[in-house]
Design a binder for this molecule. Structure first.
Ligand SMILES: [Zn+2]
Length: 140
């Protein structure tokens, strides 16, 4: 039987740069050129100051676990091999909230506030997905 594929991201003109950077294993987020607030997900206009100018800034990829759920039931056939898996909200050190998976740690050992670091999983020729695993606490 053919392997069931996981759904791939749907790219828009706004977040196309994001996916190009992840392909290069770089985590860059759109940041307002005027007020310097990050816009994640990317947007055409800054929700803080209405400016449209923006740039793609490299972020550390470090953050803390804010919240998570663990999927014990298979809702998506492409994820059947990974049950049980988590879907987590990670607060990046730069501020934006990121949704991804935390790997490299048992789901039962996940703790709010634990330090996490990004890594990149190449899932196809076109897509690389940022994921997180326990990371070193940067001197705090
Ligand atoms: Zn702004």
């Amino acid at each position: 039987m053919a392997k069931v594929q996981k759904p791939l991201p749907i790219v828009t003109p706004l977040d196309e740069p994001y996916w190009k950077f992840t392909q290069r294993h770089e985590l860059r987020l759109q940041r307002c050129s005027r007020c310097r607030q990050f816009r994640f997900p990317a947007s055409a206009v800054c929700p803080e100051c209405d400016a449209d100018a923006a740039e793609w800034i490299a972020v550390s990829g470090n953050g803390t676990l804010f919240s998570w759920v663990v999927f014990h039931k298979c809702y998506f056939p492409g994820f059947a091999q990974e049950i049980p898996y988590n879907v987590a909200m990670i607060r990046l050190d730069e501020g934006p909230m990121f949704i991804s998976n935390v790997t490299g740690v048992d789901n039962a050992a996940l703790r709010k506030g634990m330090r996490l670091a990004v890594y990149f999983e190449d899932v196809s020729e076109e897509f690389t997905i940022p994921k997180f695993r326990p990371g070193q606490d940067p001197g705090r």
